[in-house]
Design a protein around this ligand. Sequence first.
Ligand SMILES: Nc1ncnc2c1ncn2[C@@H]1O[C@H](COP(=O)(O)OP(=O)(O)OP(=O)(O)O)[C@@H](O)[C@H]1O
Length: 467
Amino acid sequence: MSDSTARILILDDDADVAYAARMLLRRRYGEVAVLHDPAQLNGVLARGMPDVVLLDFNFTPGRTDGAEGLAALDLLRRQPQPPAVIALTAYADVPLAVEALKRGAADFITKPWDNARLVAAVDSALARRRPATGPAMHGVSGLMGDSAPMQAVRAMIAGVAPTEANVMVLGENGVGKELVARALHAQSRRAAGTFLSVDMGALPESTFESELFGHRKGSFTDAKADRAGRFQAARGGTLFLDEIGNMPLAAQAKLLTVLERREVTPVGADRPESVDVRIVSATNLDEARLFDPGVFRADLLFRLNTIVVRVPPLRERRDDVPLLARHYLALSETQYGRPARSIAPAAVDALCGHPWPGNVRALRHACERAVILGAHAEYRIDDFGLAAIALPALAPMAPTAGQTAAGVAAVATAAAGAVREEATLSSLEREAIAAALAQAQGNISHAARMLGVSRAALYRKLDKHGI
Ligand SMILES: Nc1ncnc2c1ncn2[C@@H]1O[C@H](COP(=O)(O)OP(=O)(O)OP(=O)(O)O)[C@@H](O)[C@H]1O
């Protein structure tokens, strides 16, 4: 399965619910669209079939019988290549969920949902629906590239995947660490189980244990029902602990205890439950920082890094650039209904020579930009917006704790010279982001913290500015 090509449709009349689901899923999957009215479903399907539909069941205010959702489900199931449907039902509406399953829904989720559960349900619906194929893809991971360094990474994955060893994936932002983790899962004995990804840097310290280990009803004010944590949700599968380098030390101690004992105690429970998950972790910290005990506990590190897979930055495997560019151009051409175009030879050379501080993710965004803005018969280098992409790499500085957004903006201004009179709000935002990234040495989580926004919000802004 390749997350970057997965298309998800959320069909829910509640704008807040749809927005929350879209924000959650957008980082993981290629395209996440929202539709509020089932009457428009036919038109949307005619423009392209999603892989997974999250389907609400009541659209007209006051209706609770679920008939509108069941009709939409029937319509989806009648398509020549029907998407997998995950029913979104109210907490108590078990009969409706059962009816949806009988009519072909792949799964159901009760609202309000548990994020980990929802992602796990989408992942497994995708995995069941379509194994990724294609000459450039390898295995079922979507990990592309035939350069010598990528062949070495792939050989390492093939050797390590069938073992139960914990694996730590190292590499800069956007190099493909999550794809490596997915490849490890897909080639392991746990492939039929869940692959569950958790952003450890984004878990609030106050709910860390409840999110990871689950809780019992009544164990704290908001604990209205028993809830499984990520360790339980990934049972029999692989738990991908992303951004492990951003975990506070106190949380590291709790994680260490679980890994040592191989059991978790849900908050409010009086006895532990055994855990059956394989742990794959990832960080963009360089190894000097990772081995600094002030940043990361050595005992936890040794639990996690039985095997280390290093994913090289794109500038060290330039041979992969043309293949990746063609793949992502083709993907965006399909997505935006644009004609297929080739890349001018000079543009291929320039793409290969670019330093790509944001690695494959940045290349992907640059290709999307070229498809949208390119106005010639062939893609030219200007279409990719590369001069702008290089900006963050110009002034790398040591990260500064507690940096404020205003401070970063000021540094951006200094780095870029005096504020130009014609500078727009948007260009100031772009400069602030570029400066924050430079100061954080490309670490998205640190840059997001400096700017006072979430990682997901920063990714959206990187997307918007083509950084
Ligand atoms: N080898 C590759 N082949 C195809 N696509 C890739 C490859 N490497 C990365 N990508 C794409 O680049 C984007 C970033 O990949 P991924 O999320 O795996 O990187 P990451 O290293 O985990 O990033 P971060 O550290 O920011 O979380 C995704 O859209 C992914 O599909």
